[in-house]
Design a protein around this ligand. Structure first.
Ligand SMILES: *Cc1c(COP(=O)(O)O)cnc(C)c1O
Length: 241
């Protein structure tokens, strides 16, 4: 993809997001865009950054850190502020230490043991990080907490003060890859209802964000209450795995 195409695509996606906000009577700019740059070269990420994009999602820690350390070097002379990095892919415990070097949020927390490891590494670095609980709402995807009950167990541990370096800031899900809009919508509304329940049961936990919606379904996600959409292909083009 040529550089100008990325900027153009970004503009188009942003205007589709604003339209979807209007259509569902959501306040303007209430939905944030996480540009998913995984498998795309650093140049594509820089092109989106130059067009104003300040939040990026990557699903592999190694790749994310390579790109962000390169950005850091590029920007250090120019006094430019680094964009935010969210990790959105399933995270192995042994990658946590590296992940929190650059990430401001781990969107793909799917188990209690991962929280324990994030807390341990953040405590060592004296750093605070946001996390989203990923809920499994689709049939074929394997990732995410199995149920709201399993998230409650982690929420209980936040209430007990086990994770002082972690901010439980939201929920994330991936809808199943199907054509049936009803199934997709159902996955998003399940996540929204999960948030409503957790908010009423744990009013002191700041679970505010709903990260849902990708290139093919972010319009539906916004109608269902998404506050962060994670869009890759529609901005950067097809990925070459
Ligand atoms: C790759 C990925 C996306 C972006 O998907 P597109 O269909 O390219 O927009 C969003 N969320 C997660 C968790 C991903 O792994």
């Amino acid at each position: 993809m040529s550089e100008s195409t990325v900027a153009e695509n970004l503009r188009s996606v942003l205007s589709q997001i604003r339209d979807a906000e209007k259509k569902s009577e959501r306040p303007e700019n209430s939905v944030k865009l996480c540009a998913v740059s995984k498998f795309h070269p650093l140049e594509s990420l820089v092109e989106a950054f130059d067009a104003g994009q300040m939040l990026f999602g990557e699903n592999r820690v190694q790749e994310a850190c390579e790109k962000f350390s390169a950005l850091e070097k590029m920007f250090s002379q120019k006094n430019k502020e680094l964009p935010c990095l969210h990790i959105i892919g399933s995270l192995q415990s042994n990658k946590v230490k590296k992940a929190i070097e650059y990430a401001s949020c781990i969107q793909s927390v799917d188990r209690e043991s991962l929280l324990a490891e994030i807390e341990k590494q953040c405590a060592k670095m004296d750093k605070k990080i946001e996390i989203f609980f990923e809920l499994h709402t689709g049939e074929e995807s394997k990732s995410g907490y199995e149920s709201i009950d399993s998230i409650r167990k982690s929420a209980d541990n936040f209430m007990k003060g086990l994770y002082p370096h972690i901010i439980p800031a939201g929920l994330m899900t991936m809808a199943p890859f199907v054509d049936d809009e009803k199934i997709i919508r159902n996955s998003f509304s399940t996540l929204r209802m999960c948030k409503e329940k957790l908010n009423s049961e744990y009013p002191s936990l700041p679970i505010n964000e709903l990260s849902m919606g990708m290139s093919g379904d972010f319009g539906i996600a916004i109608e269902e209450g998404s506050t962060i959409v994670r869009v890759g292909t529609a901005i950067f083009g097809q990925r070459n795995y």
